[in-house]
Write a protein that binds this ligand. Structure first.
Ligand SMILES: Cc1cc2nc3c(=O)[nH]c(=O)nc-3n(C[C@H](O)[C@H](O)[C@H](O)COP(=O)(O)O)c2cc1C
Length: 252
């Protein structure tokens, strides 16, 4: 199925009509191959999108993210870089209203859980074992058309890195990778004109129970609500508060 990039999203992303024409008709998954520096958005467009986004407290339940846009957000998650490329995560899209209602009390009763168009739980691997390293090596070998033996040194480095950690340290490491996915998701959402709210105000054990994650090898880390802000969300108008560059950026 070919999914054209909606023109208004292309405009929001700062693509020129030429850039858009080149993108349209391409499958989302083919786009990275078609991308070149020529199509990069201008820095002011990036800053504007990042200033526009805010942790949305109130979503308009009637406004749903179109499927092609949501597919783009899923691509953003799946394309997240991770240490060794091992992708120690699972992204659980929770669309069942009953399940969302069950998660809400486990989320400080935050309304975003039930009101947002889409709700994603980001879970991390509990304890990455040799089997996962081997599966990853097999995957790379197939994707690159090389032998697994040719990746033996890489496999050894990965296995050695993981062997130096106990299970809790491995989960903490996998969780850090998962936060990169959260960041990439929120930035991508802003560029596509989609509102988001990251949610750490949740009970991961209660989420694990509701989602039946026991024994799956994954545990809940954080969640993200996605959709469109409601007209009455006063937080949309709160001025952005960030430290100045001079306070957080250093040159050496
Ligand atoms: C990892 C993480 C977890 C967060 N958890 C929540 C949350 O549970 N509920 C909420 O309303 N906001 C949550 N926030 C939003 C932050 O409070 C917000 O990003 C911060 O105050 C900066 O404001 P802004 O994102 O609107 O610019 C979270 C943010 C991050 C990065």
């Amino acid at each position: 199925m070919r999914v054209p990039l909606p023109q208004h999203h292309a405009r929001k992303a700062g693509l020129t009509p030429i850039g858009y024409a080149r993108y349209s008709g391409l499958r989302l998954r083919e786009m990275p191959l078609a991308f070149s520096a020529m199509h990069a958005i201008a820095p002011p467009a990036l800053t504007a999108a990042l200033r526009w986004r805010y942790a949305t407290k109130s979503f308009d339940p009637a406004k749903k993210i179109p499927q092609d846009v949501f597919d783009g957000l899923l691509d953003a998650l799946v394309l997240t870089p991770s240490s060794f490329g091992i992708q120690p995560w699972k992204f659980i899209v929770v669309q069942d209203p009953a399940l969302r209602a069950e998660l809400q009390p486990a989320s400080w009763n935050q309304p975003q859980v039930t009101e947002a168009s889409h709700f994603i739980v980001l879970a991390a691997r509990e304890a990455i074992a040799t089997a996962q390293v081997d599966a990853w090596i097999a995957h790379i070998a197939k994707a690159r058309g090389v032998s697994e033996d040719s990746l033996a040194e890489y496999r050894g480095r990965m296995a050695g890195f993981l062997a130096a950690m106990d299970d809790e340290q491995k989960f903490a490491w996998a969780s850090r990778q998962t936060y990169i996915a959260l960041g990439q998701l929120m930035t991508s959402a802003a560029l596509l004109g989609v509102d988001s709210c990251p949610l750490e105000g949740i009970s991961p054990p209660a989420y694990d129970a509701a989602l039946g994650l026991a024994g799956s090898g994954y545990r809940t880390v954080v969640a993200c609500a996605l959709g469109y802000r409601s007209a009455g969300d006063k937080y949309a108008l709160v001025p952005k508060s960030r430290f100045d560059h001079t306070q957080v950026v250093e040159y050496r």
